[in-house]
Design a protein around this ligand. Structure first.
Ligand code: ATP
Length: 350
C-alpha cells in the first residue's frame, strides 16, 4: 500500500477544463471515493492517477515516487473498469494470467498466482471456464482477480458495479471492501452512487465542475455538508432560503437558527443563506412549540417508513420521512407542527 498525492492537477481537453488545480491526499491503505455529478471530472482524475491521461499541469506522487510522467504499467496501480474489459475468447485463467505473461513471469509462478487471485475473489476452480459462461457478477470478480494478480499497491476502480443488478451490487460492495483491506491496497473508487460511497468509503471527495468541494469520512460529509451542493448531492435535503438576521435566518416561515458547518465562514447581517434540514430529522406533532408549521399534502406509506410532502405557510413544500410509523397522517387542512432538533438544522452559504 502506498499513499497517493495529487497536487494542483489541471487537465484541459481543448476548451474544456476537466480538472482545475485539484489537490488531494489519499492515505496508504485507505478506500477513497470520488463522487459528484456527471462531468465533474472524477473519471479524468482517476485516469490521471492511473497514468491513462497526462495532466496539463500538476504532479502525482505514489508514496515518495513522482509518477507524473510514468506510464500506467510502471505505477504499480491496477484498474478495474465498469465494462470489465475482459477478453471474450479466452478462459477465466487466461484472462487473469495475461498481465503476468506480458511481464514474463515464469509459468509455475503464473499458475500459482492465478489460483491465489481466483481464491481472493472466491472463484476457486473457475480457471478453465470461458468468459461467456460467467455471469455479470462473476465477470466482475474475474476483472478484480486480473487486477490483483499483478500485486498492485493501489487499486483504481471506475464505476465497477454499474452493470450489475441491485442485489449483486450490494453483495459486491462488501466484497470489494474486503479485498482492498485484506490485500492492504490503497483504493480509489469512482461512482455516481452515493449509497455505495456512504457504505464503503473510509473517506470521500465530492467534486463539482473540476474542483474538489469537500473531503471527509461519510458521516462528516452527510452530517456537516459545507454547502448546498454537497447537502443535496449526498442524501436528500430540504433547503429553506432566508436572510441573516442576528443569530437567526429570517425566512417566510419564521426565524430559524442553524448550525454552521464550516470554520472559515461568519455570515454577515442581511446576506442570503440557506437552511438544510434532512427529511428524516423532522417529526410531525403539535403545532405548539414546533420549528415549522404546515399542512400534509401527500403521503406515501412504505411499511417501514412513511414519506410526507408538507406545505408550509408560504406554500413551499417540505419532504419528511418518518421511520417505523405508528400513526399515519392523511392529507388535509389541519395544521401540523414540524419538530426538528436544533442540531439537525445546518446553515449554509447560498
Ligand atoms: P461522468 O460521471 O458522466 O462519467 P465524470 O465526473 O467522470 O462524469 P469526466 O469524464 O472526468 O467526468 O469529464 C469531465 C469533463 O471533461 C467533461 O466536461 C467531459 O466532457 C470532458 N472530457 C473528458 N474526457 C474528454 C476527452 N477525452 N476529450 C474531451 N473532453 C473530455
Amino acid at each position: 500500500m502506498e499513499a497517493i498525492r495529487a497536487q494542483k492537477i489541471t487537465k484541459r481537453f481543448g476548451e474544456v477544463t476537466a480538472l482545475d488545480k485539484v489537490t488531494l491526499e489519499i492515505a496508504a491503505g485507505e478506500l477513497f471515493f470520488l463522487l459528484g455529478g456527471s462531468g465533474c471530472g472524477k473519471t479524468t482524475l482517476l485516469r490521471c492517477i492511473a497514468g491513462l491521461e497526462k495532466p496539463t499541469a500538476g504532479t502525482i506522487h505514489f508514496g515518495e515516487r513522482d509518477v507524473t510522467d510514468l506510464p500506467p504499467h510502471k505505477r504499480e496501480a491496477a484498474m478495474v473498469f465498469q465494462s470489465y474489459a475482459l477478453w471474450p475468447h479466452m478462459t477465466v485463467g487466461q484472462n487473469i494470467a495475461f498481465g503476468l505473461e506480458e511481464r514474463k513471469v515464469p509459468k509455475d509462478e503464473i499458475k500459482r498466482r492465478v489460483e491465489e487471485a481466483l481464491s481472493m475473489v472466491k472463484l476457486e476452480g473457475y480457471g478453465p471456464r470461458g468468459i461467456d459462461q460467467m455471469s455479470g457478477g462473476q465477470q466482475q470478480r474475474v476483472s478484480l482477480a486480473r487486477a490483483l494478480v499483478v500485486k498492485p499497491k493501489c487499486l483504481l476502480l471506475d464505476e465497477p458495479l454499474s452493470n450489475l443488478d441491485a442485489q449483486l451490487r450490494l453483495e459486491m460492495r462488501s466484497e470489494i471492501r474486503r479485498i482492498t483491506k485484506e490485500n492492504e491496497l490503497t483504493g480509489v473508487y469512482v461512482t455516481h452512487d452515493q449509497s455505495e460511497a456512504l457504505s464503503m468509503a473510509d473517506r470521500m471527495a465530492v467534486m463539482d465542475s473540476g474542483h474538489v468541494v469537500q473531503v471527509g469520512p461519510p458521516e462528516e460529509i452527510y452530517r456537516n455538508p459545507c454547502c448546498s451542493y454537497v447537502a443535496g448531492f449526498i442524501g436528500e435535503t430540504n433547503l429553506l432560503r432566508g436572510t441573516i438576521n442576528g443569530v437567526h435566518l429570517s425566512t417566510p416561515n419564521g426565524n430559524l437558527r442553524g448550525r454552521i458547518t464550516v470554520n472559515d465562514w461568519t455570515p454577515s447581517e442581511g446576506v442570503e443563506a440557506l437552511l438544510s434540514i434532512r427529511p428524516e430529522a423532522i417529526t410531525l406533532g403539535d403545532p405548539n412549540g414546533a420549528t415549522l408549521i404546515g399542512r400534509v399534502r401527500e403521503r406515501t406509506y412504505l411499511g417501514n417508513l412513511v414519506q410526507y410532502a408538507v406545505e408550509l405557510r408560504d406554500e413551499s413544500k417540505i419532504q419528511i420521512t418518518e421511520m417505523n410509523p405508528r400513526r399515519i397522517r392523511e392529507a388535509g387542512e389541519t395544521e401540523v407542527g414540524l419538530h426538528v432538533a436544533p442540531d439537525d438544522i445546518t446553515l449554509l452559504k447560498d
